[in-house]
Design a binder for this molecule. Structure first.
Ligand SMILES: O=C(O)C1=C[C@@H](OP(=O)(O)O)[C@@H](O)[C@H](O)C1
Ligand SMILES: C=C(OP(=O)(O)O)C(=O)O
Length: 436
């Protein structure tokens, strides 16, 4: 347990480059493993989730070396994995699990796989069902959950699949399988979701047609190893963006943040709430990056609907905190996917913000937040739990910057899933304050 604050913070200042993007780090490892030759991944995210993808690939015989903030991967093509020596450990990571189910859908040996308690409650049928239609075989607990087995299989065929949910994990699993399948795989999504897999496949020399919500892919020739520079993770940056917007006197610069248009929903929504976020030093490569300058600014409530969700899905907990400080009401709907993340994030956000005195109510597919009231620790003192969810843990740490009374976080270790150095980076932006 850590004590987060004594008194409200007096402002965030200075520059920070948050760690590398988690989604892109996972994908760089996977493409590096199946390409021919060496792949170097610069500024990869050294966090628990990414180490699980790395551990699984090493268990399958891929050589991966860590040198400072770089990973060096010796790729050997898709046909050269070895049967694993132990069951594949996916830890807490939905991205590792679902993407690897597609990547490993055509191997000549069985691969048992498992995850932690939270991951074992997250649905996998959304991936196994279309992959089975392509010819893959899985054994899953109750047909939907870990632990399970990715079974030996020697053929995949392309299908046309209309995804019921706009999930980048499902889409990416089908792209990885489509790369190895006979014929064309067509994937149609109800809304566009993050397209890092598509962009990285092209960088590694593959061919894919993608146009918003429809993707077409054929069997791919051998990919070639690449040098990948991972942008700073906008999902991690979001905690500092909101921290600066709600803490009076703040003025910060976040360097080199990934601003891929399928990920930058948080910026668009905060601008709709009245935020002034300046973007400078923009560079466009296969992924676009820019520096973001954020200053404290009063916000107002908005309506967030289904079309807004995919580009900001992981940022909704911290956005709910911003909404609690905005004038007026914010309504979030069409966000039922939050219920099947590391925790039920609708339930977790409503629980935590209610404990801090926010008028917030739960809906089946979102929440309604009445903004404009100060956060107050009940009886001057409150100990909050993230229920083991990294994004909820970081939201609590940001809330504590403006809470009257003392806030403790029971399970701060959850932050290591995506951002092990979060508390140290927050302290760096508050040189005059004491943060544990
Ligand atoms: O593809 C990815 O890297 C991710 C996709 C999203 O999940 P869904 O595909 O379930 O929406 C997101 O919540 C997750 O943190 C990372
Ligand atoms: C949902 C998340 O990740 P994953 O699905 O990979 O566990 C997240 O990082 O917020």
């Amino acid at each position: 347990m850590i004590k987060l604050n004594e008194a409200p913070a007096s402002g965030l200042h200075g520059e920070l480059m948050v760690p590398g993007d988690k989604s892109i780090s996972h994908r760089a490892l996977m493409f590096g493993a199946i390409a021919q030759g060496k792949t170097v991944v610069e500024r990869f995210l050294a966090s628990a989730d990414v180490y699980h993808t790395m551990g699984v690939l090493q268990n399958l015989g891929v050589q991966i070396e860590e040198q400072g903030d770089q990973l060096i991967i010796e790729g050997r093509g898709l046909q050269h994995f070895h049967a694993p020596t132990t069951a594949l450990d996916m830890g807490n990571s939905g991205t590792s699990t679902r993407l690897l189910m597609g990547l490993l859908a055509k191997q000549p040996f069985d691969m048992p796989f498992f995850g932690d308690e939270s991951l074992s409650k997250r649905p996998l049928k959304r991936v196994s069902q279309p992959l089975q239609a392509m010819g893959a075989h899985f054994e899953l607990t109750d047909g939907d959950y870990l632990p399970g087995v990715i079974q030996a299989n020697n053929q995949l065929r392309g299908i046309r699949y209309e995804m019921p949910v706009a999930s980048a994990q499902v889409k990416s699993a089908l792209i990885f399988a489509g790369m190895q399948a006979e014929g064309t795989t067509t994937i149609v999504s109800p809304l566009a979701s993050r397209d890092h897999t598509e962009r990285m496949l092209q960088k590694f020399g593959g061919r894919i047609d993608f146009d918003g919500d429809t993707i077409r892919i054929e069997k791919q020739p051998l990919l070639q190893g690449q040098h990948v520079v991972v942008p700073a993770d906008i999902s991690s940056a979001a905690f500092f963006i909101v921290a600066a917007l709600i803490t009076p006197n703040s003025n910060i610069t976040l360097k080199g943040v990934g601003i891929n248009p399928t990920r930058d929903g948080i910026l668009r929504l905060l601008k709709r709430m009245g935020a002034n976020i300046e973007m400078v030093n923009r560079h466009d490569d296969e992924e676009s990056v820019a520096d973001l300058i954020i200053k404290y600014q009063p916000l107002h409530g908005i309506e967030i609907t289904a079309a807004d969700i995919p580009a900001t899905v992981d940022e909704l907990p911290i956005l709910a905190l911003a909404a609690s400080q905005a004038q007026g009401t914010t309504t979030i709907s069409g966000a039922q996917e939050l219920r099947v993340k590391e925790t039920d994030r609708i339930d977790a956000v409503v629980r935590v913000l209610s404990q801090l005195g926010v008028s917030i109510s739960e809906r089946p597919d979102g929440m309604v937040i009445e903004g404009g009231k100060s956060l107050v620790a009940h009886n001057q003192k409150v100990a909050l739990s993230s229920s083991g969810d990294h994004r909820i843990a970081m939201m609590i740490a940001v809330a504590a910057l403006i809470t009257k009374g003392s806030v403790s976080l029971i399970d701060e270790e959850a932050m290591a899933i995506s951002y092990p150095t979060f508390m140290a980076d927050l302290a760096q932006l508050m040189p005059n304050e004491e943060i544990k």
